[in-house]
Design a protein around this ligand. Sequence first.
Ligand SMILES: [Zn+2]
Ligand SMILES: [Zn+2]
Length: 245
Amino acid sequence: MLSTWRTLLQPLPGICQVCGGWPTRPVCENCARRFAGPAARCRGCAAPVPEGLSRCGACLTRIEPQPLQACAAAVDYTYPWDRLIARFKFRGEPGWATPFAQRMLQSAHARDLLTQCGLVVPVPLTSTRLAERGYNQAWELVKAVQQQARLQGMALPALASPDALVRLVEAPDQHSLSREQRLQNLRGVFAAHPDRVAHIRAAHVLLVDDVTTTGATLHAGAQALLQAGAARVSALVFARTPPPD
Ligand SMILES: [Zn+2]
Ligand SMILES: [Zn+2]
């Protein structure tokens, strides 16, 4: 039943879901270009940087080592992507994974991370949330990215695992919290799956999510993977909340 509904709720074929133009893809090339966001992003945190630079000021001057070594993002978490992500995540439209994955693969940094990593892992949902939603949007992105990469002839040595990282509890509402408070909140939320530790150990793990706001969730997930023996952890997200002006 659920799958029937899901098929019915896939993005309308042939009509741009942003401008209504047709015949075209779910997001037409004009809208994709218009809302493409910054061309250059920091390799450490995916924040926008001036063209030609590879690190933002915060990443360049940070002293303490970060659990996340690199982060790539496709777009800013702003209109129209925020609305499309809400449909992807909350309105039973997992089909958005494909157009999102196509945009993710346009970043050279994302392509590098994908070819260099040994294990691709989605940021997990709790089992309760997964049962409610019927799918983990981050795992849908992993599968779509792999499928699109294969179609483009990219060599992908990486293994993908939907459950190498486990979310033990739902973190309390994070919306109004600072990055530090979020990190505090996320303590003990993630753990490596004991049966997947052999894959995680000594691997370069690529953590995939739909959105990153402060990076706290990716940070906490990366910490759990490093504790389980990962050699390093990078992240690939579809959208990143732009830093405040
Ligand atoms: Zn359009
Ligand atoms: Zn940065």
